[in-house]
Design a protein around this ligand. Structure first.
Ligand code: KG4
Ligand code: ZN
Length: 334
């Protein structure tokens, strides 16, 4: 029998990506075209601009994915696509392209949840053991997900306001750093000699939820009051204070969830998983608690289509297909 070859499309935010993945784990191609340069001058993603950019790039990125993989359309087993959550106009471009391919090539279509994709990015490089807990942290999401077995997800905690990456980007903006600011704040934090003392949002003692908007406001207030006194704060100290506060809460709640749910592994996923401060602290705490910690390589943490193919493969094995009526769902539930 010939190996399963899935072509996957991801267009939920500002990355246009197409990948071809063999047998769920072998990345034959994973083309990611970032729109960061386009959105940078606006200080964030402009949804309408994102949709138009996806329309301009999707066709040649599909062609490039075939070429790089050395795969012919007739060899494919299925077409997968992120159906949600995300920006409606952005998602639509991917969904329409995927349906057109599935229809014209007479292939099954598989709709994938974006967060399932982030979690299963780990499956491209690691052996997963269930039950597990995954901390998903990105520009649009901050969630603790309990994965009881393959494909069975339960959100046990999530942000009540800003996503972690969103908070990073807002603090970066206040520090006059370019968009997306996460990596810049991370870098400054590592240069800091001391940290600005800032609060931690633990919420109710038993809660796995997060909140970052109060922290962001505390940063802005500290910056303003220091500027008014004519004694501006050192950006490095602000970055480190902020990063310590965010990582403290993310790490402690993740470890508490691992213990409470008897998880065999802790999976890190999403763009903020690239954060050095978070990785270092998680690694240290997991080693101490003897919890196996898995994270994808940096290139598979941020949005990409290979992770969508990885999640789709599990659905292909179970014949869980979508119809050609598949719709883009901006608020899709996990
Ligand atoms: O997963 P992703 O590419 O897109 C979403 O699905 O949102 O995540 C992008 C987010 C941005 O907010 C970016 O600032 C953040 O991830 N990010 C980081 C780092 N690298 C990327 N945040 C903190 N530290 C980093 N090193
Ligand atoms: Zn994402």
């Amino acid at each position: 029998e010939k190996p399963a070859l899935i072509l996957a499309i991801e267009t939920s935010c500002d990355e246009t990506s197409v990948a071809i993945v063999e047998s769920g784990t072998i990345i034959r191609s994973n083309i990611v075209s970032s729109q960061v340069a386009t959105h940078q001058r606006f200080g964030g993603v402009v949804p309408e601009v994102a949709s138009r950019k996806h329309v301009e790039s999707i066709t040649w990125i599909i062609e490039e994915a075939f070429e790089k993989a050395g795969v012919r359309p007739s060899e494919l087993s299925a077409i997968a696509v992120t159906e949600g959550p995300g920006l409606i106009g952005a998602l639509l471009v991917g969904v329409v392209a995927a349906k057109a391919l599935a229809y014209s090539l007479d292939l099954p279509l598989i709709g994938v949840h974006h967060i399932a994709g982030h979690i299963y990015a780990n499956r491209l490089v690691h052996q997963l053991e269930y039950p597990l807990v995954s901390l998903v942290v990105s520009g649009g999401h901050t969630e603790l997900v309990y994965v009881e077995s393959e494909g069975r997800f339960r959100i046990i905690g999530q942000t009540r306001d800003d996503a972690a990456g969103e908070a990073y980007d807002k603090v970066a903006r206040a520090l006059k750093l370019p968009y997306p600011g996460g990596p810049h704040v991370d870098r400054l934090a590592h240069e800091a000699a001391e940290a600005l003392p800032l609060p931690r949002a633990w919420l109710e003692p038993d809660s796995y939820d997060f909140s970052f908007s109060g922290l962001k406001s505390a940063v802005l207030a500290a910056l303003n009051s220091a500027a008014m006194k004519g004694q501006p704060l050192e950006p490095q100290a602000v970055a480190k204070g902020f990063q310590d506060s965010v990582t403290d809460v993310l790490v402690e709640k993740s470890l508490r969830a691992v213990r409470a749910y008897g998880a065999k592994q802790l999976l890190l996923a999403g763009g903020v998983a690239a954060n050095r401060g978070l990785r270092e602290r998680l690694a240290a705490r997991c080693a101490e608690a003897e919890v196996p910690l898995l994270a994808p390589p940096l290139g598979l943490c941020t949005d990409n289509a290979a992770m969508i193919a990885a999640a789709a493969f599990l659905k292909l094995e179970r014949n869980q297909f979508s119809s050609l009526e598949l719709k883009a769902e901006p608020m899709l539930k996990l």
